[in-house]
Design a protein around this ligand. Structure first.
Ligand code: CDP
Ligand code: CDP
Length: 227
């Protein structure tokens, strides 16, 4: 099965997708990490973040590797481990500019489809159910209020020793939601056949359980249909 989990920033996609994949023994792919890695490489190489032609050229020399590891997969670009760096605010606040560029989307989508062709997978992002894996058997669209998402990011930052005001976090989340939903190519949107799951008042375990239930129901229906 292919499981697509999409939704806005800090809705809980990667945390939940990782746990679902572990439970089912599926491959997990965090597509946001790919766009973050491209943004990191562009900043490092002085490539303008909205220059599609320059980004396309940069991507011809872009060797991206995901290495499975606990608690999070390692992200290696051109031999450099940038797992931690791609989560820095500098990247988070600029990634939407890069992810809106046509050549970046084309290349990343292709790569994600190749990864998915290897077998059962849980993939999370913004356009998995609509563009990358439109044939996915289970599509979940995770949402939560802006306030709740800012609270989650706030706690996450505090655990890393970073203090950011709630107002700043809410503003950043709103700005990224807007950019991701209004870009021309593959904007963030719920696929018509995706299940909407509002996680505002749900903890991680509750969300994982709900998703596993949807998957099991889908599996049951599949088996019934075959007979
Ligand atoms: O974890 P968080 O929600 O903060 O973001 P992410 O999933 O790491 O994604 C970072 C950025 O990459 C998003 O804000 C989008 O601009 C872009 N992205 C995308 O365009 N398409 C995807 N399938 C995944 C991420
Ligand atoms: O991938 P995405 O940006 O959608 O969100 P995430 O990075 O998985 O989750 C953002 C933060 O919210 C993490 O610190 C999670 O532990 C937390 N979270 C939560 O408190 N409750 C949930 N139901 C889901 C995530």
């Amino acid at each position: 099965m292919q499981i697509a989990i999409d939704g806005p920033a800090s809705a809980g996609k990667s945390t939940v997708a990782k746990l679902v994949a572990k439970k089912l023994d599926y491959i997990y792919c965090d597509t946001g990490a790919m766009y973050r890695a491209v943004t990191y490489a562009a900043l490092k190489q002085g490539v303008q973040l909205d220059d599609d032609v320059a980004l396309k050229k940069m991507l011809t020399q872009f060797d991206l590797k995901f290495i499975p590891a606990d608690p999070e997969q390692l992200v290696i670009v051109n031999g450099e481990d940038i797992t931690k760096q791609i989560r820095f605010p500098e990247i988070t606040n600029q990634v939407s500019l890069v992810s809106a560029q046509p050549s970046v989307r084309e290349k990343m989508t292709k790569r994600q489809q190749e990864i998915a062709s290897a077998g059962a997978i849980v993939m999370d992002g913004r356009d998995i159910g609509t563009t990358v894996l439109p044939q996915a058997e289970v599509k979940i669209f995770l949402v939560a209020s802006v306030h709740e998402r800012a609270v989650r990011r706030y706690k996450e930052n505090i655990s890393k020793g970073i203090e950011t005001s709630m107002q700043t976090l809410e503003d950043e989340i709103k700005a990224r939601d807007y950019k991701d939903s209004h870009r021309e190519i593959s904007p963030l949107t719920q696929a018509s056949d995706a299940i909407l799951l509002d996680t505002t008042s749900l903890n991680i375990t509750q969300v994982v359980e709900k998703i596993l239930k949807f998957i099991h129901e889908k599996e049951k229906n599949k088996i019934n249909w075959k007979f």
